[in-house]
Design a protein around this ligand. Structure first.
Ligand code: PRP
Length: 219
């Protein structure tokens, strides 16, 4: 195969990227350049292994991968579901575990039971729409927010929210609770479909080495 071609990784900025790099280190993939916190560089290269890495905003990762600007991406399942891009999801990396849930005050449980036309605030309007329309067959009004979604029911913008719950402390501290679980979430590896064919050997090898580490075995 063409050994000279760089394999490019798009990593969701922040904790996810750090965890991903820790995992890659365990299979001998390092990128020293990326560890320099003062660097303003956007693209980091491992010349020896012919790998390139860049950090992107989570929701942009599936976009880079769908268009082939990155061969491989690492991003939360929440983003993959919300963005709904043409990419292959190949691996659950096991970290960044949390849940997508319908949350609200306990009094809102009744509204969910009786399929009332309620207002749902979310940073994830597509996930919310799919859950209420396709799974629950409940017609709702979806209101897109960009963060601090828990405010929705507190200031009576919405009856409930669809949001990520990790420890549950944001809900508890604001008198809200999980009313229904939409789906479990964690960090996933995604691949561009063309790269999967063209670079099949390198990508399959990478996946199998990561899988061994995740399964607790030696590489
Ligand atoms: C996320 C999520 C919840 C919170 C859940 O928000 O949207 O608000 O974390 O975590 P917990 O269950 O451990 O309290 P994030 O911190 O990403 O900020 P945002 O509200 O601005 O999206």
């Amino acid at each position: 195969m063409n050994e000279e071609r760089y394999l490019t990784f798009a990593l969701g900025k922040g904790r996810l990227a750090n965890k991903t790099l820790e995992l890659f280190e365990q299979i001998g993939i390092t990128c020293e350049e990326m560890k320099d916190k003062n660097s303003r560089k956007l693209i980091f290269v491992n010349e020896e292994l012919k790998l390139r890495f860049f950090l992107a905003k989570g929701p942009d990762v599936p976009t880079y991968v769908e268009y082939g600007a990155a061969d491989i991406g690492v991003v939360g399942r929440d983003t993959i579901l919300e963005e709904n891009r043409n990419v292959y999801e190949v691996l659950d990396l096991g970290f960044g575990k949390c849940r997508m849930c319908v949350c609200g005050p306990s009094s809102a449980a009744e509204l969910l039971k009786h399929h009332e036309r309620i207002r749902v605030a979310s940073k994830y309007p597509n996930i919310a729409k799919d859950y209420f329309y396709n799974k629950k067959h409940q017609t709702v009004d979806i209101i897109k927010l960009n963060g601090s979604v828990e405010l929705g029911p507190l200031v009576e913008l919405s009856d409930v929210i669809v949001d990520i719950v990790e420890t549950g402390s944001t809900l508890r501290e604001n008198g809200l609770e999980v009313l229904e679980e939409v789906c479990p979430l964690s960090a996933r590896m995604i691949i561009n479909p063309v790269s999967m064919q063209m670079e099949s050997e390198r990508i399959r090898d990478l996946i199998s080495r990561i899988r061994k580490v995740l399964d607790g075995g030696a590489q």
